[in-house]
Design a protein around this ligand. Structure first.
Ligand SMILES: *Cc1c(COP(=O)(O)O)cnc(C)c1O
Length: 434
């Protein structure tokens, strides 16, 4: 974004906040606080990003007023002529971006997308294979109290847990094959929330074919990398691909389902509506279309390449400071830091709290085989999508690693935290958000 257009957008955002302030000062004040928080802190939560003003605009617009149950050309309400065109553009752009034939842009979130796909591909009680949450999977891949674990039967495939193994903390594909051949799942799920390595979709497809399952790739985290060709595509291997649109893809909060199989596409459309949702969020679908349009531009590829370069640089710098990175590094936008190599008593919960006080926002995360419970953990998950959006480069990653080390080595002591907080603030000023 140019300096002038950033300035213009700031002015518009101020004017809109002023309008809201006159109407509802309480919420306007909190929105301004959140705007300031984002502007003055470094966002390392791997699943978050900062959308452009163009992506933001449709979400706060008159498009929210419309009921458009159904699909383009087949709605249950009148007055959908422009919504039909918006949704058609969103679908076409999504297919162009990922190389699929059919797109459903209506899921309200990634979990809703998975729920619809489960409903389309399985009957309640059916078995599916996935990676368990504590190894980097997602709660919608079979957690007991989630729909996926309550109404379907998950079986889990493992990582390599032996430190001396060359593939330590990576997916154990041979064991995955064995689990699938023994349990004959209807669906094999791949794609994760905290896995720093390339996923071998072809290998998963071979496993799915051999055990008679459909392969679903949930690329919620890596969708932007895939769209930019920085991570291999799940197509043509996966039968169905689900994703969020708000993580590396840098669109609005929402879900997306893709396939190139016409029969599956029909089942998926029915499962989304009327299966698990009513009216689509047309204001969000318009934002998805804008985000897909941005992702089709050459700048997006450069952005994703920088996301990965920054992640590598940050991981390498943290290793130099004595932190262990699970699996020895990263191929994508995120890494898991094993804090125990720094200090036996250092937990993910403490690290998250101390870093936040210094203006470095991230989340505690279990590492594979973590002896500590999920509310404590021995790890931190760090991601570079949001800080790369604001313009940080690989040299800044070396600085950032030193700040992280300083705060954690000082156990969050006040003088260290205060000093780093000031340095973070001035870096944020150098890289303002649009
Ligand atoms: C984030 C994520 C989701 C769910 O996204 P929500 O929009 O929060 O429901 C699903 N699958 C994976 C692998 C994810 O990382």
């Amino acid at each position: 974004m140019t300096h002038d257009s950033r300035h213009a957008h700031d002015g518009l955002a101020d004017a809109l906040l002023d309008l809201l302030r006159a109407h509802d000062p309480e919420i306007a004040g909190l929105m301004q606080n959140e705007r300031d928080r984002q502007q003055t802190t470094l966002e390392l939560i791997a699943s978050e990003n900062h959308v452009s003003p163009a992506v933001m605009h449709p979400m706060g617009s008159w498009l929210t007023n419309k009921y458009a149950e159904g699909y383009p050309g087949a709605r249950y309400y009148g007055g959908c002529v422009f919504h039909d065109q918006i949704e058609t553009i969103a679908r076409d752009r999504a297919n162009q971006l990922f190389g699929s034939r059919f797109a459903n842009v209506q899921p309200h979130s990634g979990a809703q997308a998975n729920m619809a796909v489960f409903m389309a591909l399985m009957a309640p009680g059916d078995t599916f294979a996935s990676l368990v949450l504590k190894d980097g999977g997602h709660l919608s891949h079979g957690m007991k109290i989630n729909f996926s674990g309550a109404y379907f039967k998950p079986v889990h495939y493992p990582l390599h847990y032996t430190p001396t193994h060359a593939e330590f903390e990576r997916i154990d594909y041979d064991a995955a094959r064995k689990v699938c051949m023994e349990t004959r799942p209807k669906v094999v799920m791949c794609g994760y929330s905290a896995y720093p390595r390339v996923i071998d979709f072809a290998r998963f497809r071979a496993i799915a074919d051999e055990c008679g399952a459909l392969l679903v790739a949930d690329i919620a985290h890596i969708a932007g990398l895939v769209a930019a060709g920085v991570h291999p595509s799940p197509f043509p291997h996966a039968h169905v691909v689900t994703t969020t649109t708000h993580k590396t893809l840098r669109g609005p909060r929402g879900g997306l389902i893709l396939t190139s199989d016409e029969e599956l596409a029909k089942k998926i459309d029915k499962a989304v509506f009327p299966g698990v949702q009513g009216g689509p969020l047309m204001h969000v679908i318009a934002s998805k279309a804008v985000a897909f349009g941005e992702a089709l531009r050459p700048e997006f590829k450069a952005y994703q390449q920088q996301v990965v370069a920054n992640a590598r640089s940050l991981a390498a710098a943290l290793i130099k400071h004595g932190f262990r990175i699970t699996s020895g590094g990263t191929d994508n936008h995120l890494m898991l830091v094993d804090l125990r190599t720094k200090s036996d008593s250092l937990t993910g919960a403490d690290a998250e709290k101390w870093l936040e006080a210094a203006g470095i926002v991230c989340n505690k995360n279990g590492i594979p085989d973590d002896p500590r419970p999920p509310r404590v953990t021995s790890g931190l998950r760090l991601g570079t999508p949001a800080i790369t959006t604001r313009g940080l480069n690989t040299a800044d990653m070396v600085t950032l690693a030193a700040w992280i080390d300083r705060v954690l080595s000082a156990s969050g002591a006040e003088n260290a935290t205060t000093q780093v907080r000031a340095q973070v603030k001035s870096m944020c000023e150098r890289y303002p958000l649009a």
